[in-house]
Design a protein around this ligand. Sequence first.
Ligand SMILES: N[C@@H](CCC(=O)N[C@@H](CS)C(=O)NCC(=O)O)C(=O)O
Length: 205
Amino acid sequence: MKLFNSLGPNPHTVRMFAAEKGIDLPLQEIDVIGGEHRRPPYSTLNPMMQTPAFEADDGQIIVELTAICEYLEELHPNPPLIGATPGERAETRMWVRRLDLNIIEGRSRAGRATMGRAFYIDKIKLLSVEAAEELRAVVEDRIVWLDGQVAGKTWICGDRFSLADIMLYCFMAFGAPESGNNLPAGTPNLAAWFDRVKARPSAVA
Ligand SMILES: N[C@@H](CCC(=O)N[C@@H](CS)C(=O)NCC(=O)O)C(=O)O
């Protein structure tokens, strides 16, 4: 197996997930800044032209970080990071879906249209800067909502550290100052949660 890796929070999520499980994941670096992901052979392997992509031992290519993590969990169920029971798996998937729909996709889209504008402008369709700022505000509203949901919990799924924590951590850590995070103001519960995740050895994977 190997992971087509690059800078960015999406590959980081898979590396951290694998590190939590003690999986030695060989990496093949893809130069996203140099546009390697938009040219063959990578663009043939992953027509979405994004990283990460994962090549299984039987040669199957799996794309989308949640699909890759699900696959790794099936091969290496312990420690469970999606869940050991149907109920645990459903709870993790509920949070992962909420993160994807309400925070991660919106934050990525807004970031590409603002901070990343010069890089992306001639490559993909972008929101206007104004729309991106509005989207950023919508996302921040959902993060503040999430802050209330994690009050009194150690992890997003309560006592159970999961893929949901890894995903949100990698996105809130990406591009953040060394001593801080990308969380909006008014999220003290998530700020404490962020520091707990950051203290795990896997965070630097
Ligand atoms: N939905 C994808 C998102 C992948 C993604 O956005 N990857 C970023 C790197 S973190 C990327 O390839 N960016 C370069 C580009 O979009 O041109 C997933 O779940 O893996």
